[in-house]
Structure formats: structure tokens, C-alpha cells
Design a protein around this ligand. Structure first.
Ligand SMILES: [Zn+2]
Ligand SMILES: [Zn+2]
Length: 480
């Protein structure tokens, strides 16, 4: 730990030196662009240092979990490192806001611009609390939903043939994510936009529709500057529509800032673990600790995402208390608070209330992956997307479509344990699976079930087929 601490301190020294070498913010707008670029690049490079700081804290937490007290000296140094890091991060963010503000002012979309997100016979109208609604003049009807949101929801019904709720939910969320172009919004961009609009530390405050429009306009105009094909009027309006459906179904015109941020973070593009770390930091106090109430709020806001799709039942319903309790068991007995390391080790087991998010990341990560094998059910070759290999039948592979539909064959039963691949496999994996399959062949069904239950409970619980199980490799570092 001493070594990691020293190393992180050294890197922080260097980073602080770089920052102090920056002069005053350039007034010349032409220079400002270059400056934004430099600061942006510098901030991107900081995620490594952030990880270093997290690591030292995680290590310290692990010691205290085993009742090993830290040497007084190390504890003071860790404390100093954390406050230095906080100040440093604040300074870099301030700098970024200053230079970014100078170079590209984004004017939020006007009502007239947002109005162009629909065309005749539709009209976008605004209620007194600024909430948009949509009028169909041909049918003389009004709706809270944008016409494209309604057709998206009709299309999502086609995914109801997917037998397993976590996969069904993930497939729907993936379609939604693409429609809202949030698959183009990476986590760093999303959190930058939050910071730029002063949403930091405002979790319990309410955000009004007009302010949501400001934040979303900025987000989508940034995305559109790299992806000109993105229609900012439409995506801003649709994303607002989605957030209101999830967190303000009564259309009061406001929601908690925390909800607004959590919703966008869930569906944006990024590493799953970084998302988890980010949402934990969102709710943590200055000592990087989270109590039960805060964790409850966070999980509540997370499960609203599948709930809006009518998919909450399989994820423990709206009651998040059991999840909070199960997460707190990671911290040991009678603890009032948890640290990031406890939360992360809990989410890594894909708890029932969050498994849809992990599966969404796997579905997205595997979307373009080709596996050079044939599906033993529908004969498709190569398999594209997730690939499933039976651990009981020898050399038995299935494609994502067949697995999702719960198809079986003469020899292969739906109850067989499966291995899920979300990346192309290496020869080593094949051999491992082959030996596993051999072993399974000689095991009784009962023993197999017992084994499956013991090792792979979290995913199994959402598969809705009591004796079926899927082993999924850790894929958390894959970008979606
Ligand atoms: Zn198939
Ligand atoms: Zn099988």
C-alpha cells in the first residue's frame, strides 16, 4: 500500500505541476479553441490518476474490513492525498469550464426549434409548467409522448418473444439508447455537461423542464459537432420525453437532479465499472462514504429505467430495500455506511436489481462480434452477437436469437448450463469449455443444478427458468 500511495502521490505532483504551468485563460477566441483541446485531453488522461486514487482507497478499505488498522502515518498521507485530489480535480474542472465557456457558447434550443421535432399533422405544444405534449390535428387527439416515441414503443413489443427478462430488457434498452443517440454520448461528455451547468452537488434539488432542455441541448449539440447526421432538435425532444416518462410520469414538470443524472448515465456510452464508480461518487459524502438512504435513492432511480418499460418485476420490483441490505452485507456487520469498494464488489456479482444494466453492456459490446462457429439450432454461421456454448453437450453452440427464444433440440435441453461469450474466443477458452463439458457429462443433473445454483446465482435468478444457468465472463471493461 505504501508503494501505491507513493506512486499516486508522484503522479499527482506531476499533474499539479502541469496545471500550475497554465497561464491565464486566453482572451483570443482562436487561441481558446486550442486551449479547450489541451484541457480536454489533459482531463481525459486524468481517469488513470483517478483510478490510482480509487485503488489506494480501496486497498485501505480492504485493510479496515479485515480489522487491520492503517499505520498512523499512512492514514494521514491518505487523508492528505484525498483532499489534494479533490482540490486538484476542482481546479481542473474550473479551468475547463472557463475555457469551454469562452470557446463555444451553446444557446439552448428554442421552443420553435423543438417544435420542428414533429411535422404535420402533428404539433408540439407546451403546458403551463413547460411540459411538452403533442397534438395530432388529423385525429384531434393529444399525447404526452412524441409520435416517434410511440412508434418506438410499438416496435419494442416485437422484442417480447425474448424469454429471459434481463435479455429482453437489455434488448429494449439498447433500441431506446440508439433512438435517443445516447450510444453516441460518452460518459465523460455527459458528466462534463452536468458540471458545466452546475449540477454538481445538487442532487436533492429539483430540475425544471426548461433547465433540462438547456442541459440536453448542450449535450446533443456537442454530439452533433462530431456526428453531423444527428438531429439535435429531435434527439433533445425525445430524450426529454424519455426522462419525463421515467422520472415524472405525472408531468409535474420537475424531477430530482439525481434522477436526471442517473438516468442519463445508465444509458450513455462508457465502461460499466466507470459508470458504477461515477454513480457512487454522486451519492458519496466528502469522506467517500454512502449511507443506506443515499444508496436507496440511487437504486430507486436506477430501477425506474426498466420499470418504465414494464420490466421491473424480474428485478425485485420497486422495493429496493432487499438490495440495499444485500449491498450493506459487503461492508460487514452493523455498518452505517459503505465505501466504494463494497459497492463495486456487490455490483460485480450482478445483483438482481441491476443485472439489466450489466446485460445491456454485454449485448452492446457483442453486437458487432463474429464467432466463427455455427449455431446448432438455426445453422447460422458465423454467429454474430452473443454466443452460447452448452457446458453439458459437447461442441454445442447457440446464437443469441435461439438462446433468447429458449429453443432446444433433441439432445440439448433448456435446463443445460451455458457459457456466454461476448467477445471472440481464444483457443484456451475452447479447451476449458471442452473439459467442463466432459466433466458435466458425467455429473448427475442434481449435482449440476446444485453447482449452478451455488456459483452463478445472480444471473440465474433472472433467467426465470429455475434450473437453467448462464456463466458469463466478466466483460465490464468493454465500451458500449
Ligand atoms: Zn441460432
Ligand atoms: Zn446442452
Amino acid at each position: 500500500m505504501q508503494k501505491t500511495l507513493e506512486e499516486v502521490e508522484g503522479r499527482l505532483d506531476a499533474a499539479e505541476n502541469t496545471v500550475s504551468s497554465w497561464g491565464p485563460v486566453p482572451q483570443d477566441p482562436n487561441l481558446a479553441d486550442q486551449h479547450v483541446h489541451n484541457v480536454t485531453k489533459f482531463r481525459e488522461g486524468l481517469s488513470d490518476l483517478q483510478r490510482g486514487v480509487d485503488d489506494v482507497n480501496d486497498q485501505a478499505a480492504r485493510f479496515s474490513a479485515h480489522n487491520i488498522p492503517l499505520a498512523a502515518d499512512n492514514s494521514t498521507r491518505l487523508h492528505r492525498l484525498n483532499s489534494r485530489w479533490k482540490n486538484f480535480e476542482g481546479a481542473v474542472n474550473d479551468r475547463w469550464r472557463q475555457v469551454a465557456g469562452r470557446s463555444r457558447e451553446v444557446t439552448p434550443l428554442t421552443a420553435a426549434q423543438l417544435g420542428s421535432s414533429v411535422s404535420s399533422p402533428w404539433e408540439r405544444a407546451i403546458a403551463t409548467n413547460k411540459v411538452p405534449y403533442y397534438i395530432n390535428h388529423a385525429q384531434e387527439t393529444t399525447y404526452w409522448d412524441h409520435p416517434e416515441m410511440m412508434s418506438l414503443f410499438d416496435a419494442l413489443a416485437d422484442l417480447n418473444h425474448i424469454k429471459f427478462s434481463a435479455y429482453r430488457t437489455a434488448a429494449k434498452l439498447r433500441a431506446l439508447q440508439k433512438k435517443l443517440a445516447l450510444d453516441q454520448a460518452n460518459l465523460q461528455l455527459v458528466t462534463d455537461v452536468f458540471d458545466e451547468h452546475g449540477l454538481r452537488g445538487q442532487n436533492d434539488r429539483l430540475i425544471e423542464v426548461s433547465d433540462m432542455v438547456v442541459v440536453l441541448s448542450t449535450l446533443y449539440s456537442r454530439i452533433a459537432s462530431d456526428q453531423p447526421e444527428i438531429n439535435t432538435n429531435l434527439t433533445t425532444d425525445l430524450c426529454l420525453n424519455w426522462l419525463l416518462n421515467v422520472y415524472d410520469s405525472q408531468r409535474t414538470g420537475q424531477m430530482r437532479v439525481l434522477s436526471f443524472r442517473v438516468g442519463l448515465v445508465c444509458l450513455c456510452k462508457g465502461h460499466l465499472e466507470e459508470k458504477y464508480r461515477y454513480v457512487f461518487r454522486l451519492i458519496a459524502d466528502p469522506n467517500r462514504l454512502v449511507d443506506q438512504r443515499k444508496l436507496g435513492l440511487l437504486l430507486h432511480d436506477c430501477v425506474q429505467v426498466p420499470r418504465q418499460l414494464g420490466e421491473v418485476a424480474a428485478f425485485g420490483g420497486s422495493n429496493i430495500e432487499p438490495s440495499v441490505r444485500s449491498c450493506f452485507t459487503k461492508a460487514g456487520k452493523d455498518r452505517d455506511t459503505i465505501e466504494a469498494v463494497h459497492f463495486l464488489s456487490w455490483v460485480q456479482q450482478e445483483p438482481q436489481s441491476l443485472v439489466w444494466l450489466a446485460v445491456l453492456h454485454r449485448v452492446a459490446a457483442s453486437e458487432q462480434i463474429q464467432h466463427q462457429v455455427k449455431c446448432n439450432i438455426c445453422k447460422t454461421c458465423p454467429i454474430v452477437g452473443l454466443r452460447y456454448r452448452c457446458l453439458k453437450c459437447i461442441g454445442f453452440d447457440m446464437c443469441q436469437q435461439c438462446f433468447f427464444e429458449g429453443r432446444s433440440s433433441k439432445s440439448h435441453k433448456i435446463t443445460h448450463p451455458m457459457h456466454e461469450y461476448c467477445s471472440a474466443t481464444t483457443a484456451g477458452d475452447e479447451v476449458k469449455d471442452f473439459t467442463k463439458a466432459l466433466k458435466n457429462k458425467f455429473k448427475s443433473k442434481r449435482a449440476l443444478q446444485k453447482h449452478a445454483k451455488k456459483g452463478y446465482l445472480p444471473v440465474q435468478t433472472v433467467l426465470e427458468v429455475s434450473s437453467s444457468s448462464v456463466v458469463s465472463p466478466q466483460c465490464k471493461s468493454v465500451l458500449i
